[in-house]
Design a protein around this ligand. Structure first.
Ligand code: PLP
Length: 393
């Protein structure tokens, strides 16, 4: 047998993936071959991008904004982000620390490249967004999971997180409102984390706040509200979820002054800049009317309640009330099925796309994630089908 002389970067084999995209591809394939599929899998709003936002992008194109923008993003958009943060959280962030990114994901990847590397440890939530562990592994750092458990409403436990810090820890990734659990970290736990970090000046926190506007009761707390760790706080946020703009690829990062130049250099090396029409669309989103955000949040709140109520009526399934993002994370241990089998049978035999909890970490075994990004009718039909699936198993 011939052996290949092509030798690749071993880091390739450390990259993970996001099962939601695999399930979406299979669900689309089934739908295209005539199957009636209800998609409660992928985490993207089912609403169109509001028209005042799309019109701003069209105007940018007709006005001739076809070229590169500064690698950090259009100053006018960075000013708008800074003003928005000032208005919502009362924090003053200079635009020199704000970088416009092609979506939320690149911020986590950049952060892992900047803080990771061999010999370093990065803490991340399990269950959590799968790209965290993937990016940590790719960087060469050691991923150290901390648990988010159902008994605590999936809120993270600051004491547990602090107890996992070692001299090798460089970064802690936190996410609230959270994917996949729909949990929200209470202010008291964030207070405790920040107070505890005083003992660990070598540790930076990456706060993934991509769902910050999607809360079902009460507000999420931003880490920008803690000036005492401003020099070691990274904020990940963006327009994808709040304004139904997942395909536009618009996000932003706030970097500590000490690393912002590295983030800019990564942007110059990798993507140069976010395309200009998308940046004008993001500007219209941030500075324009916000009732579209409220309308979408109300719809997600109603659907999350519907999913929660219906799931808890099913034999073998229990689901804590989702508090934010747009996910319900249901405990299926009572069905006796493994999470991956549950996902596959639901899709292949009952036409319901949902995501196995194991896609989000080892602690996701015994759980499945439902996205609320579908109509009330579709959700009700999916729950009827799920009842049949459980009856017939
Ligand atoms: N962070 C979390 C927790 C997410 O769930 C997602 C997307 O699902 C992202 C970040 C990435 O967002 P974007 O699509 O803007 O890259």
């Amino acid at each position: 047998m011939m052996t290949s002389s092509i030798s690749l970067n071993p880091a390739n084999d450390r990259l993970g993936t996001e099962s939601a995209f695999t399930v979406l591809a299979r669900a689309t394939e089934l739908a295209q071959t005539g199957h009636d599929i209800i998609n409660l899998g992928i985490g993207q709003p089912d609403f169109p991008t509001p028209s005042h936002i799309t019109e701003a992008a069209i105007k940018a194109i007709t006005d001739g904004h076809h070229g590169y923008t500064p690698s950090m993003g259009l100053p006018i958009l960075r000013e708008a982000v800074s003003a928005d943060i000032q208005m919502r959280y009362g924090a003053s962030i200079p635009i020199s620390q704000i970088q416009i990114m092609p979506g939320g994901k690149p911020t986590m990847f950049f952060a892992c490249l900047i803080y990771g590397g061999a010999g370093h440890e990065i803490l991340y939530p399990d269950p959590g967004f799968p790209i965290y562990a993937s990016a940590v592994n790719y960087s060469g750092a050691t991923p150290v999971p901390y648990g988010l458990v159902e008994e605590k409403g999936y809120a993270f436990d600051a004491d547990e997180v602090l107890s996992k810090i070692t001299p090798k820890t460089r970064l802690i990734i936190i996410n609230s409102p959270a994917n996949p659990t729909g949990g929200i970290t209470p202010k008291s736990e964030l207070d405790k984390l920040v107070a505890g970090l005083a003992q660990f000046p070598h540790v930076t926190v990456l706060s993934d706040e991509i769902y910050d506007r999607l809360t079902f009761d009460g507000e999420a707390v931003s880490l920008v509200s803690y000036p005492e760790i401003a020099d070691r706080t990274i904020i990940l946020n963006g327009w994808s979820k709040t304004y139904a703009m997942t395909g536009w690829r618009a996000g932003y990062a706030i970097w500590p002054t000490s690393v912002v130049d590295y983030a800019d250099r990564l942007a110059v090396n990798i993507h140069s800049c976010v395309n200009a029409p998308t940046q004008f669309a993001a500007l219209a989103a941030t500075t324009g009317p916000q009732d579209c955000v409220d309308d979408m949040r109300h719809a997600f709140t109603r659907r999350a309640k519907l999913i929660h109520d219906r799931l808890n009526q099913l034999d073998g399934i229990s689901c804590p009330a989702p508090k934010g993002a747009f996910y319900a994370f249901a405990n299926i241990t009572g069905t006796g099925m493994a999470s991956r089998d549950f996902q596959n049978i639901a899709l292949e035999s009952y036409g319901i796309a949902l995501i196995s909890g194991t896609s989000f970490g080892d602690l996701g075994e015994g759980y499945v994630r439902f996205s609320c990004a579908n109509s009330d009718d579709a959700i009700s039909t999916a729950m009827d089908r799920l009842a049949d699936m459980l009856k017939n198993r």
